[in-house]
Design a protein around this ligand. Structure first.
Ligand code: PAF
Length: 275
C-alpha cells in the first residue's frame, strides 16, 4: 500500500494505473467507509483512498478542531482491505499560499444542509474537484448518508465535464439502525439512545407511506413529534425529489425523506428512500 503525502508522489504511482476506484474520506473510518472501499475493490482494478479533513467545508463555529482523527488505525484498516494507495495531504499541499479558486454549485447547495451551513458545499465541491483532478479515477464511491452531497457532486461532475462516474452506495447502519458516522463518537450513552429517533422517524415515514398516506406535511409532522420526544433539536426534515432535491407535497415511490438533527450540540443527518 503506497502512502503519499504530496500530489507529486501520488501522481507518480497513478501514472502506471488504469481503472482507478476512488474513495474520498475525512478519516476516522467506520464500516460505512469500509463498505465503499470493498465496492471499489470489486468494481475497479486499483483503489485509492484519500484521508483529509478539509477545513474549507467547516464554518468557523463548527467542529473542525475536534473532528475525530486516528490515522494509524485508518491505515491499518485500509491495509487489511488491500487498498493500493492512500493520499493524505496536509493543508499546505491542498491550499497553498495564494489559493483563490472556488467551485460553487447553484441553488441545490443553499437548501437543506446548505441553509444552516451556507459555505459547506463550496468547500466540498472545491476539494473534490481538486481530488478528482489529482487522482483522475474512473469511478468515485460515496455513501448515500450524505445524500445532498452526492446530488451536488453529481451535478458538478456533469456541469464541469469530469469524466469520473460518481457511484452512490447504500447507507451502512449499526445493528439498531443508527447510521454510521464519525460524529457518533461525540454522543454520550444517553444521547446515543436518543439518536435512534432519526432512524425511527424515517421508518415511520415509510410505514405511513405503506398505509397509503402521501401528504408529506402529515408525515413530517409525525416525524417531528418522534424527534422532539427524544429531546433532539430539528434542523430540518424534508421530503424531496431524489434528483432535483425539490420539495414534494405529495410523496411518490423513489422520493427521499431527509433530516438533520442536533443532539446536545452534535449534528447528525440521515435519510431514506421511500419504497
Ligand atoms: O463526505 C466526506 O467525508 C467529505 O465531505 C468529502 C467528500 C471527503 C470531502 O471532504
Amino acid at each position: 500500500m503506497e502512502l503519499c503525502k504530496t500530489i507529486s508522489e501520488i501522481r507518480q504511482w497513478l501514472q502506471d494505473w488504469d481503472n482507478i476506484g476512488f474513495v474520498p474520506t475525512m478519516g476516522y473510518l467506520h464500516a460505512g467507509h469500509l463498505s465503499l472501499v470493498k465496492t471499489a475493490r470489486k468494481e475497479t482494478e486499483h483503489v485509492v483512498v484519500s484521508i483529509y479533513v478539509n477545513p474549507s467545508q467547516f464554518a468557523p463555529n463548527e467542529d473542525l478542531a475536534s473532528y475525530p482523527r486516528d490515522l494509524t488505525r485508518d491505515l491499518k484498516l485500509l491495509q487489511e482491505l488491500n487498498v493500493d494507495a492512500i493520499f493524505f495531504p496536509d493543508d499546505r499541499e491542498m491550499y497553498p499560499r495564494g489559493f483563490k479558486t472556488w467551485i460553487k454549485v447553484d441553488k441545490i447547495t443553499q437548501i437543506l444542509c446548505g441553509k444552516s451551513r451556507p459555505t459547506h458545499f463550496q468547500g466540498v465541491t472545491t476539494i473534490v474537484s481538486k481530488l478528482l483532478n489529482i487522482i483522475e479515477p474512473e469511478k468515485m464511491f460515496m455513501g448515500e448518508k450524505d445524500f445532498q452531497q452526492l446530488v451536488v457532486l453529481k451535478q458538478m461532475a456533469q456541469d464541469l465535464n469530469f469524466k469520473t462516474e460518481i457511484v452512490g452506495c447504500p447507507i451502512i447502519r449499526e445493528k439498531d439502525g443508527l447510521a454510521m458516522s464519525s460524529r457518533n463518537k461525540f454522543l454520550s450513552s444517553q444521547n446515543r439512545k436518543n439518536a435512534l429517533c432519526l432512524y425511527h422517524s424515517l421508518q415511520k415515514a415509510q410505514e405511513m407511506f405503506d398505509e397509503g398516506i402521501r401528504d408529506s406535511h402529515k408525515i413530517i409532522r409525525t416525524m417531528t413529534k418522534i424527534i422532539e420526544r427524544s429531546n433532539c433539536k430539528i434542523d430540518y426534515i424534508e421530503a424531496v425529489n431524489p434528483f432535483t432535491l425539490e420539495h414534494q407535497d405529495h410523496l411518490q415511490k423513489g422520493d427521499r425523506v431527509l433530516l438533520a438533527v442536533f443532539i446536545d450540540g452534535t449534528r447528525l443527518i440521515d435519510n431514506r428512500e421511500i419504497r
